[in-house]
Design a protein around this ligand. Structure first.
Ligand code: ATP
Length: 212
C-alpha cells in the first residue's frame, strides 16, 4: 500500500510556525508521502474568522511555498456553506481512492469531535492523528474515550496498513503558539518574531489584517 497522506485542516487565521512545525514533525514521524493543508472556508462550529477565506488561503500558500511535501487544497474555500470535514474527506477520498488518509488535528480541536458533522462516519474515510498541544489533554469523561480506545493504534505502522479507521496520538514537540495570540500581538503592534513565516508577516502588514 502507498504511504499515507496527511490532511491538515484549520482556520489558519493566520497560519503560524506552530502549524508548520507540527506538520513537519508529524510528516516525519509517520512517514507521510505529503501533507495537504486545507484552509477552512466557513467554520461549522461558529468560530468567526477575522481574515477572509481567500486571505487565509493566500497566507497558507505563502507559508508552504517551496516546502517539499506540503501542498494546499482550496476545496473548502470554494464550497458554499459551512466547511465540514466529512465533505472534505469524501472529496479527498474520491481523489485518493487507494491511499491511507490521515486527518491531522490538535488535541484542542479533537475535544470538539462529537460536535463535528457526521462524526461517527469520519473513521470510515480516514485515520485520525491527534497532536499534543500545550494546555490540553485527551478527554477522560463521556463517549469519546471509549470511541478512541476502540480505534487506538499503538504505532504509526498501523496507519500504513489500512486506508482508514485508526486513531494515533502523536507526541510532538510542544509549540506554544496560537493564531489568537498572534492576532492580539498584531493589534497591540507587538513583535512577531519566531511566530510566523516572514512572508505571512509581510502579507498581514500589506493587507492591514488583525489591526482591529
Ligand atoms: P485560534 O487561536 O484562532 O483558535 P489556532 O492557532 O488554534 O487558532 P487553527 O487554525 O484553529 O489555529 O488550528 C488548525 C489546527 O492546528 C487545529 O487542529 C489545531 O489544534 C492545530 N494547532 C494549532 N496550533 C497548534 C500548535 N501550536 N501545536 C499543535 N497543533 C496546533
Amino acid at each position: 500500500m502507498q504511504a499515507p497522506i496527511g490532511i491538515f485542516g484549520g482556520t489558519f487565521d493566520p497560519v503560524h510556525l506552530g502549524h508548520l512545525r507540527a506538520a513537519e514533525e508529524v510528516q516525519s514521524l509517520l512517514s507521510l508521502q505529503k501533507v495537504i493543508f486545507v484552509p477552512c472556508g466557513t467554520p461549522a462550529l461558529g468560530k468567526q474568522p477575522h481574515a477572509t477565506a481567500e486571505q487565509r488561503l493566500q497566507m497558507v500558500l505563502l507559508a508552504t511555498k517551496g516546502l517539499a511535501g506540503f501542498t494546499v487544497d482550496r476545496y473548502e474555500v470554494d464550497q458554499p456553506g459551512p466547511s465540514y470535514a466529512y465533505d472534505t474527506l469524501r472529496y479527498l477520498r474520491s481523489v485518493y481512492a487507494e491511499a491511507p488518509l490521515c486527518f491531522i488535528v490538535g488535541v484542542d480541536a479533537f475535544l470538539q469531535f462529537e460536535k463535528w458533522h457526521r462524526w461517527q462516519e469520519l473513521f470510515d474515510l480516514a485515520h485520525f492523528v491527534v497532536m499534543q498541544r500545550p494546555g490540553y489533554s485527551l478527554p477522560e469523561q463521556g463517549n469519546l474515550p471509549a470511541w478512541v480506545r476502540q480505534r487506538w493504534a499503538d504505532n504509526p505502522e498501523a496507519l500504513h496498513q489500512s486506508t482508514h479507521g485508526c486513531i494515533f496520538v502523536c507526541q510532538i514537540t510542544p509549540h506554544d503558539i496560537s493564531a489568537t495570540a498572534i492576532r492580539s500581538r498584531v493589534a497591540a503592534a507587538q513583535k512577531l518574531e519566531h511566530l510566523l513565516p516572514d512572508r505571512v508577516q509581510q502579507y498581514i502588514a500589506d493587507n492591514s489584517l488583525y489591526t482591529n
